[in-house]
Design a binder for this molecule. Structure first.
Ligand SMILES: *Cc1c(COP(=O)(O)O)cnc(C)c1O
Length: 436
């Protein structure tokens, strides 16, 4: 490499003014293909959604360029006037949306928001309780491969074998025995209403802090389609990109001022440096959208659609864990069809129905194989599907699973081709970004 400036210096004109297609055709093509995938296939992954154009625009904005370490009015960098505007709006809207006194909108992701609660309120080795992964808990709630399970002492609770609902008696007994400092309610694959009152009573009895990680259901809570964890829970965390339909990120919410310093300090400087201000701006946009009357309708429709999908799957011979759903998601138990979750995920993908394999309660198969799939309605509801479309989707899923049941993991190519055509028809009628 030359060290002579006159030899390395060329023109700097213009290259950063090129649009993406000119500057980087490979990435531009992958993005175009991803849009087409989202348009042409039906998204049934319960943790995904389709963010609005306004959210995408804020995420792709010039706030990408800005460092804003600190909090509004107390920054470690100059030039934060507009960063303060967007973060203050994001905080005020989050508080209004969920009915609480304080919000930290800086966590970069769902995992980091939960890490901040651990860092701010617990000491390494402290005991905490969370929903067992096999019953629908999240990695950050005490999995042995996650920091929460490596550096802290997790004690889990689960669902009952007979009705596959959370056993509140067992939660109480476990809490009395282990005296956790923190109890977490909320999960990733639990389709029933959370009994925040019962959790509150148990937390009070053993002197634990009560955290609700409402990542999956926060859109429903925002829209009044699931009871709110406030004021019963001390701290509430949520991702913003699932049923809430915002950018990929997290927030922490609470009511009691005593948590403000430890939680803010845990996010910055405890875990993070500069916040992703473009994503903070996009969170503010998503909260504004979620405050609208249209979002209430959306949230209720998500639940109505999930009920329609679950009913259709059952009518077509598939078992739904716990016998149905109260929220946006459900687990389908494929044991009786002798089909694995892995084979079903692959077969459904061949038919352009995207979902994920998922362990069911008391699953005997490994997490890489599983006996179930998890399905959710937030993304389909955003693109406009109603109960009629979701009933149809239930029929299509059952057909693909029957093909797998008859023929093994190869499935039935004819059935899958037929389902693909039906999926294409549905998708053509409901574009994800209608004006693209
Ligand atoms: C998705 C999820 C998270 C983690 O979110 P990431 O943004 O993927 O890190 C945490 N808790 C629950 C309950 C979740 O569903």
């Amino acid at each position: 490499m030359s060290t002579n400036p006159s030899e390395v210096a060329g023109s700097m004109d213009g290259f950063w003014h090129d649009d993406l297609a000119t500057a980087d055709p490979e990435i531009a093509a992958a993005i175009a293909n991803e849009l087409k995938r989202q348009q042409d296939k039906i998204e049934l992954i319960a943790s995904e959604n389709i963010a609005s154009k306004a959210v995408l625009e804020a995420t792709g904005s010039v706030f990408t360029n800005k460092y804003a370490e600190g909090y509004p009015g107390k920054r470690y960098y100059g030039g934060c006037d507009y960063a303060d505007v967007v973060e203050t709006l994001a905080i005020e809207r989050a508080k209004q949306l969920f009915g609480c006194n304080f919000a930290d909108v800086q966590p970069n992701s769902g995992s980091q928001m939960n890490q901040a609660v651990f860092l701010g309120l617990l000491q390494p080795g402290d005991t905490f309780m969370g929903l067992d992964l096999n019953s629908g808990g999240h990695l950050t709630h005490g999995s042995p491969v996650n920091m929460s399970g490596k550096w802290f002492n997790p004690v889990s609770y689960g669902v009952r074998q007979d009705d596959e609902r959370i056993d509140m008696e067992a939660v109480a007994a476990t809490a009395r025995e282990h005296k956790p400092k923190l109890i977490i309610c909320g999960g990733t694959a639990y389709s029933r209403v959370w009994d925040f009152e019962a959790f509150r009573a148990i937390a009070d009895e053993v002197g634990a802090i009560l955290l609700c990680d409402m990542s999956h259901i926060s859109g429903l809570v925002a829209g009044g389609a699931h009871p709110s964890p406030f004021p019963l829970c001390d701290i509430v965390t949520t991702t913003t990109h699932k049923s809430l339909r915002g950018p990929r990120s997290g927030v922490i919410l609470w009511n009691d001022e005593k948590f403000t310093k430890p939680l803010n300090m845990a996010v910055f400087p405890g875990l993070q440096g500069g916040p992703l201000m473009h994503v903070v701006a996009a969170k503010a946009v998503a909260f504004k959208e979620a405050l609208s009357p249209e979002f209430k309708t959306y949230a209720h429709r998500v639940v109505e659609n999930a009920r329609a999908l679950a009913a259709s799957l059952e009518e077509n011979g598939l078992r739904i864990v716990s016998g149905g759903t109260d929220n946006h998601s459900m687990l389908v138990d494929l044991t009786a069809k002798d089909v694995t979750g892995k084979a079903a995920e692959a077969g459904l993908d061949r038919a352009w129905l995207t979902c994920n394999k998922n362990g069911i309660p008391f699953d005997t198969r490994s997490p890489f194989v599983t006996s179930g799939v998890r399905l959710g309605t937030p993304a389909g509801t955003t693109r406009g599907f109603g109960p009629t479309e979701f009933r149809k989707i239930g029929e299509l899923i059952a057909k693909v699973v029957d093909g797998l049941s008859k023929n093994g993991p190869e499935g039935d190519a004819q059935i899958e081709e037929h389902v693909r055509a039906e999926v294409s028809d549905l998708c053509a009628n409901y574009p994800v970004y209608p004006h693209e």
